[in-house]
Design a binder for this molecule. Structure first.
Ligand SMILES: CC(=O)SCCNC(=O)CCNC(=O)[C@H](O)C(C)(C)COP(=O)(O)OP(=O)(O)OC[C@H]1O[C@@H](n2cnc3c(N)ncnc32)[C@H](O)[C@@H]1OP(=O)(O)O
Length: 527
């Protein structure tokens, strides 16, 4: 029997006829245009159209009646066809899909994990892969943190020869040098590539968590990773390395476990999420959740919200690259300038985004996208935020110790409602103010004091911070902020590298593409 993903891929292949590639019409031919006088002669009273009539019939009948031909919408037809195909498949085969990027190791932790916002995972799995030999005193391990949607498959392995997402960065003599280091990469908690996440089965009832999965933070993900390190007998990491969300986690690893990390590398990351990046992730989550197939997260037995995922990925792609890159790559070119402009993808930049969305929409679990991207929003290594989190954790622990649940669904704190009073601009609001807590006034110059205090545990760690000027999602000021904050806290071992527009126009995705500059600085720092 064909697998869900097999069927979906087949659907995707059929549907992705990709007019931009084939140069076929984006606007289906409307047939020879009749003259206006001919239309007057054949004019009939408007008739009602049965709701069951197909889009093609509607278009055809409108064409006869209207003064201009109706448009065709191949992009919408493709979505409908894909839903139909997925629906047929899921009815036959029951609950699916099973997301995977191939074989990996798995660590099962039976000790419960208390999460920062009060949720509990009574047990959990961490999927991981390794490259290079672990030395006898287990002192040469590097923990590699991933971006939002990546799996543990950073590099090919004997059991999974498919190239990994950092294939060119890992290997003998390469930036992550496997002659010297033992590299470990995990799929994050909340993900869908083997580590416990919303698509996993809740051990308490054997059903998928879906949106019964608790809200989690990047720090929760890091705690799960350190449980794996405990399981592997690794007491201290030679380095914690990560890009994007991984760059945030890399810092968090040092802050949470300063004694267990030697060097820290944070590439295109930040010390706390800023409003623009939260806004961009918000729009992605909203389009996904508004897809009726999302069904409040309980879609595993039905059609996955592939349209919402596709749109979310298109928005994400806008934030991952840069305008100047697209200027050079696509300019104002249309896929087929000989055709009428279309409302479906038409300019090359549109067909590019369409393709990026289509490629991703069944590759990653939609609920994982929601939870992991929310965890990114919640990230704040400021001192006040950390203090509030510690307090909340202590309260949860206390409640559990006294026999209560960590989280109670009837707790009003579990259902956010908008305040009655409309929001008013706060005079002191700025990206330097922590999101949840009020802190003392910030200095006019220099890094925020709250952040200096929050990053104090990294005072003695050698840290490499890298950023890219063309990155709009994690703008270069955020990496500058990390470096300046660490220096202001007394760290004399901070290296900061910023790639200007002359070196990279790939925006946020530079970390995936630029072996020479990103890889070069990384390799030098770890030498
Ligand atoms: C936020 C975080 O924490 S992490 C976020 C990190 N970023 C991501 O996750 C995005 C991941 N990016 C990718 O996967 C990219 O494909 C990369 C970085 C691996 C490679 O980038 P590039 O080599 O520049 O390729 P890019 O993806 O831009 O374009 C190539 C694809 O677009 C297609 N394409 C190019 N131009 C067009 C166009 N005008 N219309 C349609 N399709 C197009 C190509 O045919 C190719 O298709 P394929 O991948 O099916 O073979």
């Amino acid at each position: 029997m064909q697998s869900f993903r097999g069927a979906a891929r087949a659907a995707s292949r059929t549907i992705r006829t990709q007019p931009w590639r084939q140069g076929n019409s984006l606007v289906k031919s409307a047939g020879p245009h009749r003259t206006l006088s001919a239309q007057w002669k054949s004019a009939r009273p408007l008739h009602t159209v049965s709701p069951r009539k197909s889009a093609a019939v509607i278009a055809e009948s409108n064409e006869k009646d209207s003064s201009n031909p109706a448009m065709s919408f191949p992009c919408l037809d493709a979505q409908e066809a894909k839903s139909a195909q997925l629906s047929a498949r899921s009815l036959q085969s029951g609950p699916e899909p099973s997301y995977t990027t191939g074989r990996h190791e798995s660590y099962h932790c039976e000790q419960p994990l208390l999460l920062d916002w009060g949720g509990v995972l009574t047990e959990f799995d961490v999927a991981y892969e390794t490259w290079g030999q672990l030395n006898s005193d287990k002192s040469n391990a590097i923990l590699l943190h991933t971006g939002l949607s990546a799996s543990s498959h950073a590099h090919s392995t004997a059991s999974n020869p498919k190239p990994g997402w950092w294939e060119k960065f890992i290997g003998p003599g390469l930036p992550l040098d496997t002659d010297k280091y033992h590299i470990i990469c995990t799929n994050v908690l909340g993900g869908c590539y083997g580590t416990t996440g919303p698509s996993s089965l809740d051990p308490s009832d054997g059903k998928r968590y879906a949106t019964r999965f608790p809200i989690l933070t990047l720090e929760d993900m890091v705690r799960a990773q350190f449980r794996l390190l405990d399981g592997l007998g690794i007491k201290k990491l030679a380095a914690s390395v990560g890009s994007s969300m991984g760059g945030m986690q890399s810092l968090a690893a040092g802050v949470l476990f300063p004694e267990r990390v030697n060097k820290i590398v944070s590439i295109s990351g930040c010390a706390r999420s800023h409003p623009y990046s939260i806004a961009m992730r918000h729009t992605q989550r909203q389009v996904l959740m508004m897809d009726p197939n999302w069904a409040r997260g309980f879609y595993y037995d039905g059609i996955p919200p592939h349209s919402g995922m596709k749109l979310a990925r298109e928005i994400a792609t806008v934030t991952y690259r840069s305008g100047p890159e697209w200027e050079m790559r696509f300019g104002r070119q249309r896929a087929d300038p000989s055709k009428q402009p279309a409302l479906c993808p038409d300019f090359l930049i549109e067909t590019y985004l369409d393709h990026a969305g289509e490629k991703f929409c069944l590759e990653y679990d939609p609920n994982s996208l929601l939870y992991v991207s929310k965890a990114m929003d919640l990230f704040d290594l400021g001192h006040a935020h950390q203090t509030a989190t510690l307090k909340r954790r202590a309260e949860s622990e206390d409640r559990i110790a006294h026999g209560g649940d960590a989280l109670n669904a009837s707790d009003p704190a579990c259902s956010l409602t908008l305040p009655d009073k409309p929001y008013e601009e706060q005079p002191g609001s700025s990206s330097k103010t922590p999101l949840d807590e009020s802190v003392s006034a910030e200095p006019v110059d220099g890094p925020p004091r709250d952040l200096v205090a929050g990053l104090a545990p990294l005072k003695n760690h050698p840290v490499l911070v890298m950023g890219v000027a063309s990155d709009i999602l994690f703008p270069a000021w955020q990496q500058r902020e990390i470096a300046e904050t660490l220096r202001a806290g007394g760290n004399k071992n901070v290296e900061h590298v910023e790639l200007g527009d002359d070196l990279s126009l790939f925006g946020h995705d530079t970390f995936l593409l630029d072996l020479k500059n990103i890889g070069g600085a990384l390799g030098k720092f770890l030498r």
